[in-house]
Design a protein around this ligand. Structure first.
Ligand SMILES: NC(=O)c1ccc[n+]([C@@H]2O[C@H](COP(=O)([O-])OP(=O)(O)OC[C@H]3O[C@@H](n4cnc5c(N)ncnc54)[C@H](O)[C@@H]3O)[C@@H](O)[C@H]2O)c1
Ligand SMILES: [Zn+2]
Ligand SMILES: [Zn+2]
Length: 351
C-alpha cells in the first residue's frame, strides 16, 4: 500500500509499504478521507518538536474516516463494511485515569501519526476501542461532503470538547484564533445557545472565513476587543473564552477582556512559556482550563448529536485534494490562507 512517511528530515515521502496485519482487538480501515493538521506540518517541516517526538519511518496523519475492511480476533462490536471515524489517541486501559473512565487523561497516551503509524496511507490499523461508527451509512452511500466532514471528526471533537467545557447558553464568548478548530468551536458555541460570539485572528483570510460564517471577527492589532464589546452593548466583559491560537498575546487579551469569574478553555498549544498577570487571575477569580484531545467518548456523542440537530461544520473545509496530490495539499495547508484541507483517497483505490 502507499503511505506518506517521514524520513527524519524536512519533507515527507510517498512510499510503498506492506499491508499492515490486524492484531487481536484491532480493526483495519481503508482510509477514505484524512485531514491535514498543524501536527502534520510540524512533522513535514521536521522542526525541534518533531525531532523530539517522532521516530523516522513513521506514517503520518491522525484525522480520518474510512471503511472497516478487517476485524481482529476478539472484536465483536464492529464489522467489515462499517463507516467510521478514528479517535487518534490510543490509551493504555490500565492507568488510574483509564480505569476511572477518564481515558482522555491517560498518562500513557500514544498518538496516531505521531507515536504510531497514522492514516496518510491506504490502510490504517487501530484498536477497536478507537472506532466511532457512523450508523446507517457506508462508503458507497455517504456523500463526498459527508465523508469530508467525517474525515475531520478528530479536530471537530477538539472544538466540541473546548466549547462545551463551560456552559455557554446565553453567555458572551470570545474565541481567539480563527483556524479550523477555532471556527468550529465558535459554531458549536452558537449552536449551543451563546449570545454574542466574537472571534479574533491576525490573518485576514481567516478573519474573512469567520465573517462568511456570520461571526463578528476582528484583528486585535487593528481594533480593540473592548471597542467591539461596547459596539455589541456588552456591559461587563466576556463570560467564556476559547483560546484556539496558541499565541501568548491572545491569552493576555483574553484575561484583559473577561468578566470577573470568567472561564477560559485553552486548546491552543503555545510553543513557549507565557507570561500571565496572575494577580488578575486571582482577584478576578478566573478559571484557566487546559483541553487536550476529546473525551472518549462523551465528546463524540455530543458531536454526533449536534450534527443530527443541524450543526454543519462543512464550511470550514475549504479544499479537497486527491491523495496523489498530497504535496499541493500540504502547500495549501501551510499557506495559512485555507480553512481545513482534506485528502481524498478514493481515486487512488478506484472506489
Ligand atoms: N490541545 C489539543 O488537544 C490540540 C489539538 C489540536 C490542535 N491544538 C492546537 O489548537 C490550536 C488551533 O488549531 P488549528 O488547527 O485551528 O490551528 P491553526 O494554526 O490553523 O489556527 C490558529 C489561528 O490562530 C491565529 N492566531 C495567531 N496569533 C493570534 C493572536 N495573537 N490572536 C488571535 N489569533 C491568532 C492564526 O493566524 C491562525 O489562524 C493550535 O494551537 C493547535 O496547535 C491543540
Ligand atoms: Zn489534528
Ligand atoms: Zn491509561
Amino acid at each position: 500500500m502507499r503511505a506518506l512517511v517521514t524520513r527524519g528530515k524536512p519533507g515527507l515521502e510517498l512510499i510503498e509499504l506492506p499491508e499492515p496485519e490486524t492484531p487481536a482487538g484491532h480493526v483495519k480501515v481503508r482510509v477514505l478521507r484524512a485531514g491535514i493538521c498543524g501536527t502534520d506540518l510540524h512533522i513535514d517541516g521536521w522542526d525541534a518538536w518533531a525531532q523530539s517526538a517522532v521516530t523516522p519511518g513513521l506514517t503520518v496523519g491522525h484525522e480520518f474516516c474510512g471503511e472497516i475492511v478487517e476485524v481482529g480476533e476478539g472484536v465483536t462490536d464492529y464489522a467489515v463494511g462499517q463507516l467510521m471515524s478514528g479517535e487518534g489517541h490510543v490509551v493504555c486501559g490500565h492507568c488510574r485515569n483509564c480505569r476511572a473512565g477518564r481515558r482522555h487523561l491517560c498518562i500513557h497516551t500514544s498518538n496516531l501519526g505521531v507515536q504510531r503509524d497514522g492514516c496518510f496511507a491506504e490502510h490504517v490499523v487501530l484498536p477497536a476501542t478507537n472506532v466511532w461508527v457512523h450508523p446507517g451509512l457506508t462508503a458507497a452511500t455517504a456523500t463526498p461532503e459527508q465523508l469530508d466532514v467525517f474525515g475531520i471528526y478528530d479536530p471537530f471533537g477538539n472544538a466540541v470538547h473546548t466549547a462545551l467545557k463551560f456552559p455557554v447558553i446565553g453567555e458572551d464568548v470570545l474565541v481567539t484564533g480563527a483556524g479550523p478548530i477555532g471556527l468550529m468551536a465558535a459554531m458549536v458555541a452558537r449552536h449551543a445557545g451563546a449570545r454574542h460570539i466574537v472571534i479574533t485572528d491576525i490573518a485576514e483570510p481567516r478573519l474573512e472565513l469567520a465573517r462568511s460564517l456570520g461571526f463578528r471577527a476582528l484583528n486585535p492589532r487593528e481594533e480593540s476587543i473592548g471597542a467591539v464589546q461596547r459596539e455589541l452593548g456588552m456591559q461587563e466583559g466576556f463570560d467564556v473564552a476559547l483560546e484556539m491560537s496558541g499565541s501568548p498575546s491572545a491569552l493576555v487579551g483574553i484575561i484583559e477582556n473577561l468578566n470577573f469569574g470568567g472561564r477560559i478553555a485553552m486548546l491552543g498549544l503555545p510553543a513557549q512559556p507565557i507570561e500571565v498577570d496572575f494577580a488578575k487571575v486571582v482577584s478576578h477569580m478566573l478559571t484557566i482550563q487546559g483541553i487536550y484531545g476529546r473525551e472518549m467518548f462523551e465528546t463524540w456523542y455530543a458531536m454526533a448529536a449536534m450534527a443530527q440537530t443541524g450543526l454543519d461544520v462543512s464550511p470550514v473545509i475549504t479544499d479537497r485534494f486527491a491523495f496523489a496530490d498530497w504535496e499541493a495539499a500540504f502547500e495549501r495547508a501551510r499557506s495559512g490562507d485555507a480553512g481545513k484541507v482534506v485528502l481524498d483517497f478514493t481515486d487512488l483505490q478506484g472506489a
